[in-house]
Design a protein around this ligand. Structure first.
Ligand code: ADP
Length: 256
């Protein structure tokens, strides 16, 4: 609250007037808290693999010195930790770049059919490792939206990669691109994995949110993938719709 005297109000023989102005800063406070939570989370996430790296380096300098078998094992773990840090830094950079251009609506004409084909090709090695088949269900014609091609690739890479990783036990991932007459363009990614309990669904796009920490660690997540998806889709004025049933599977739909 600010109180300011209105200049000259008293001189004119009238009563002294004061101006009271109120400004609601709860939104600013909330954003501030989110920012500091984010920094704390990001630091924690980076510190974990760093601590592990330091531990292994010390072990290799000490107890494991002269034990080539142990050294080989430790080096593999260290490489994995370094990769984890790279993924985190890449995702953090993506988020901060997206924040910088959040107010700009992307305006390229992008045909989603080749975009989805490209994403499938780039995820084929991962899918093969996980023994999952990615099946595409594409219309014959072009399906154009206004967007940013690279960002849309990132969205579908995240969704299809998640479906392969978390829905691995279903063995197939189905991707549908729909462009109904007079209706919105939609891309759906379906898996037949364990599904997501309903109480987690509203929080999936929060930064660093994971349904199960143990599971996500073993599945190489950063917890930032869906936060990035959400940012990109907001910029594209598109929505992310999540339907999931435990024991049945999960469907993520992007509606343009
Ligand atoms: P991560 O890097 O951990 O994969 P995301 O932001 O992409 O982070 O996803 C957040 C969490 O949502 C994941 O850790 C996982 O628990 C859950 N999740 C995402 N996609 C699926 C899916 N298709 N099936 C089950 N759980 C999922």
């Amino acid at each position: 609250v600010r109180i300011a005297p209105v200049p000259q109000s008293a001189e004119k023989g009238g009563e002294a007037l004061f101006l009271l102005s109120f400004r609601d800063i709860s939104e600013l406070r909330r954003l501030d808290r989110m920012r500091s939570d984010f920094v704390a989370n990001a630091s924690h996430e980076l510190r974990t693999p760093l601590a592990s790296l330091r531990g292994f380096i010390e072990t290799m300098q000490g107890p494991a010195r002269g034990d080539p078998k142990a050294q080989e094992r430790f080096l593999a773990i260290m490489l994995e930790q370094a990769n984890r840090m790279s993924r985190l830094v890449d995702d953090l950079l993506s988020l901060s770049r997206l924040e910088l251009k959040a107010h700009l609506a992307p305006d390229q004409k992008v045909d989603l059919v080749p975009v989805i084909g490209h994403v499938r090709d780039s995820l084929t090695p991962l899918a093969r490792d996980l023994d999952v088949e990615i099946r595409l269900h594409l219309p014959e014609d072009r399906v154009e939206v206004l967007g940013d091609r690279d960002e849309l690739v990132q969205v579908f890479e995240n969704l299809i990669e998640n479906a392969c990783k978390y829905g691995q036990e279903g063995r197939v991932v189905d991707v549908y691109v729909r462009n109904p007459q007079g209706g919105p363009v939609e891309v759906s990614v379906l898996d037949f994995g364990p599904g997501i309990p309903a109480e987690h669904v509203p929080r999936l796009t929060e930064r660093f949110y994971r349904v199960s920490v143990a599971d996500s660690r073993s599945k190489k997540g950063t917890g930032l993938g869906l936060a990035i998806v959400k940012h990109i889709l907001t910029r594209h004025r598109a929505r992310l719709i999540v339907k999931s049933a435990v024991g049945v599977g999960t469907e993520f739909t992007v509606r343009f």
